[in-house]
Write a protein that binds this ligand. Structure first.
Ligand code: ADP
Ligand code: NA
Length: 325
């Protein structure tokens, strides 16, 4: 086992899609077997930075626990918990916020990409909360997508600023960049697959039925060349299918293309569908089983929160003393 502490969070946005699975969650499952200490948080405090429906949020939290467990997150290997159940996150966030200048946050992606000066204070400062999430456990490694690198840099800065002002306490957390290619929208292969894509048929969710998967892949946008090649630049649609096929069948892109020899894109779509359905079926069935027992999911969260609090409390205590409380 590698020494170090891994922390990562995911917003409770319901059942994850194929992009979340291949870009993040699959890696989370591997990391829990590689590092001696691993924490995964369902970051519900982050999800109220934009308007949300309370009932839906509750459902989404439980759906996310069910999905993470079904993907292979093992609560014996990883501390799996709901952020709002560990109040130390909010407390440390306040303290770190007082070490952060306004301009430092203005150019970060959370603000630039969203509602342009119309958003809540929470949306503006949520990279500080992210920094608190990470530093609260003295985390050393943070699996992130490229879109989150600037936010991680803020966490690194805040570790340095705190250490400089109050004495060494926080290690500087390092990024574990996901090496997998971004999965694209099935309808618009220049954009990434996303849960918030308004187009139906563009996003495959982990709980999609085999028929839904088949239909979405059959309708996916390709081009007028029928041969299957891997050329993301010029043939983004077909290449996205090859990426999905390779990742779901755990084979190389070259192997995926060679399996497509002699198939036109229509026939290849069936092969891709089979690879996706084969990989997703056990996950879908497990999500359904777990969803039918919310009490069990609540129990998993309660246990996770109590283990997270055991780690967080002494760190926050130390921070408070250093600050002069
Ligand atoms: P979304 O808004 O589409 O659900 P998020 O921005 O919440 O995605 O990202 C959650 C995690 O999933 C992040 O680690 C992100 O890098 C990863 N992710 C999201 N979409 C994709 C994608 N299309 N391909 C690969 N990884 C993705
Ligand atoms: Na997003």
């Amino acid at each position: 086992l590698l020494l170090g502490r891994v922390f990562s969070g995911i917003q409770p946005t319901g059942v994850p899609h194929l992009g979340n699975y291949l870009g993040a969650l699959g890696n989370w499952v591997s990391l829990q077997n590689q590092y001696s200490s691993v924490l995964y948080s369902i970051v519900d405090l982050h999800s109220i930075t934009q308007p949300q429906d309370p009932k839906l949020l509750r459902t989404n939290i439980l759906d996310m626990v069910a999905s993470l467990l079904a993907c292979g997150i093992d609560p014996r290997r990883a501390v799996l918990f709901q952020q709002s159940q560990v109040s130390e996150h909010a407390e440390l966030s306040w303290i770190l916020g007082c070490l952060t200048s306004m301009p430092r946050l203005r150019h970060l992606p959370q603000w630039k990409s969203k509602q342009k000066n119309e958003g809540s204070v929470g949306l503006y400062t949520y990279p500080v909360l992210q920094a608190a999430d990470i530093l609260l456990y003295k985390s050393t490694h943070v699996p992130v997508g490229e879109d989150q690198v600037q936010h991680l840099e803020l966490a690194q800065d805040l570790a340095r600023i705190f250490n400089h002002r109050f004495g060494d306490l926080f290690p500087e957390p390092r990024a574990l960049l996901s090496s997998t290619r971004k999965i694209k929208s099935l309808r618009e292969p220049s954009a990434k697959m996303s849960k918030s894509d308004p187009q139906t048929m563009a996003t495959v969710f982990l709980t999609d039925s085999p028929d839904d998967v088949a239909l979405k892949i059959r309708r996916s946008v390709t081009d007028f060349t029928s041969e299957v090649t891997f050329d993301p630049e010029n043939r983004p649609g077909v290449s996205n299918l090859v990426s999905i096929h390779a990742a779901m069948a755990t084979i190389s892109v070259e192997e995926a293309v060679s399996q497509a020899t002699g198939l036109d894109t229509g026939a290849y779509k069936q092969l891709v569908t089979e690879a996706v359905v084969q990989r997703l079926t056990p996950i879908r069935l497990q999500v359904e089983r777990l969803r039918s027992d919310p009490a069990h999911l609540e129990h998993v969260l309660a246990q996770g929160a109590s283990r997270a609090r055991e780690l967080a409390a002494p760190v926050l205590e130390e921070v408070k003393q250093r600050v002069g409380f």
